[in-house]
Design a protein around this ligand. Structure first.
Ligand SMILES: NC(=O)c1ccc[n+]([C@@H]2O[C@H](COP(=O)([O-])OP(=O)(O)OC[C@H]3O[C@@H](n4cnc5c(N)ncnc54)[C@H](OP(=O)(O)O)[C@@H]3O)[C@@H](O)[C@H]2O)c1
Length: 308
């Protein structure tokens, strides 16, 4: 199949391109920069230079690639992330989730694309009430935190646009927090560095539940019927449990504990949501309907393997 990957050079793109090429697909990858065309080539794909925020460039790239499937793995999350100003930090990512999704869908419609797979997130967008682990049928947050409102709206836009495109099979993959190569929780990752420097504390009761997924296992999901799928491991866990375990896995000292009031002042509202209120996700639907299994059933063994 001819596949176009938008976000070809990112952490996910670097996993996806060789996998798709090995499966015999004819893969084309988008990058903004000519210099990264070699990277795309080395990953087993042909590169096209385009800025996905420009509809004309997207139309040209899609017309040139003539893909049957488009994979949207676009984010703008490299560099220092200021979680205190969450929406500002996610502003470009939010444009990639809204404008770029619309441009890619419009260009895909014009050229007869049959499948569209887009990246979403399994975590803070879930309703912060009810049980600790959410399925695809559970509601998203009816009252998102003010600091995350624009990012929430962008996620919702992406999910609605992709699942609402009835002229193709649209899949939304709600990935858990990534760990593994090229991610914050990989060798030399930012979050590992923060753990080593004891700058990643447990805040309040640390009851916020996180779901994780090894990035290579997440990349293996490219088949399936239209719909939303949580792509996470079997072991959603509260911060108070996974953060000390992650520190131990990478040989860092135990994380500090910070009271909620102080955490809120220093790290802001979004951090409080993730530290104390966030819900995790169930992968039952993905296992049942996609025949997929995470490589590591739990982040516990996954973190240990990455650290080794
Ligand atoms: N679920 C999760 O936990 C999750 C999800 C996503 C990201 N992250 C984390 O975020 C960090 C950074 O992610 P990353 O390494 O993937 O880098 P990134 O800076 O977020 O870039 C991702 C991709 O988006 C492309 N892109 C961005 N803006 C574009 C535009 N206007 N036009 C065309 N392409 C555009 C980039 O292409 P070019 O630069 O080649 O143009 C790149 O291929 C990693 O630690 C990752 O683990 C985590």
């Amino acid at each position: 199949m001819k596949v176009l990957v938008a976000g070809a050079t990112g952490a996910m793109g670097k996993q996806l391109l060789p996998l798709l090429a090995a499966q015999g697909h004819d893969v084309v990858g988008i990058t903004r920069s000519r210099e990264k065309l070699d990277v795309v080539h080395e990953l087993g794909a042909r590169g096209i230079v385009a800025d996905v925020l420009d509809p004309d460039q997207v139309a040209r790239a899609v017309a040139e690639a003539e893909p049957e499937a488009i994979l949207h793995e676009l984010t703008a999350l490299s560099g220092d992330l200021d979680i205190r100003h969450f929406d500002r930090t996610f502003a470009v990512t939010n444009r990639l989730r809204t404008e770029a999704t619309d441009h890619l869908l419009a260009a895909g419609r014009a050229t007869g694309v049959r499948r569209f797979i887009a990246q979403s997130f399994a975590g803070w967008p879930f309703a912060r009430t009810g049980g600790p682990v959410k399925s695809e049928d559970d509601p998203l947050d009816p009252e998102p935190a003010g600091a995350m409102r624009e990012s929430f709206d962008a996620i919702r836009h992406l999910e609605d646009a992709v699942t609402g495109a009835d002229w193709l099979a649209g899949l939304v993959l709600r990935y858990g927090g990534f760990y593994g190569p090229g991610t914050g929780l990989g060798p030399d990752g930012d979050q590992v560095e923060m753990l080593r420097e004891r700058k990643f504390p447990v805040v309040g009761d640390g009851a916020g539940v996180w779901s994780f997924i090894h990035i290579a296992t997440a990349a293996a999901v490219t088949r399936g019927r239209a719909g939303i799928y949580n792509i996470v491991d079997d072991d959603p866990a509260p911060v108070a449990e996974w953060l000390p375990a992650a520190a131990s896995a990478v040989g860092a000292p135990p994380p500090r504990h910070v009271p909620r009031w102080l955490g809120r002042i220093v790290a802001g509202e979004a951090a409080m949501v993730m530290m104390t209120e966030m819900r995790g996700a169930s992968n039952e639907k993905a296992k049942r309907e996609l025949g997929w299994q995470p490589r590591h059933a739990s982040w516990r063994e996954g973190f240990a393997q990455v650290a080794a």
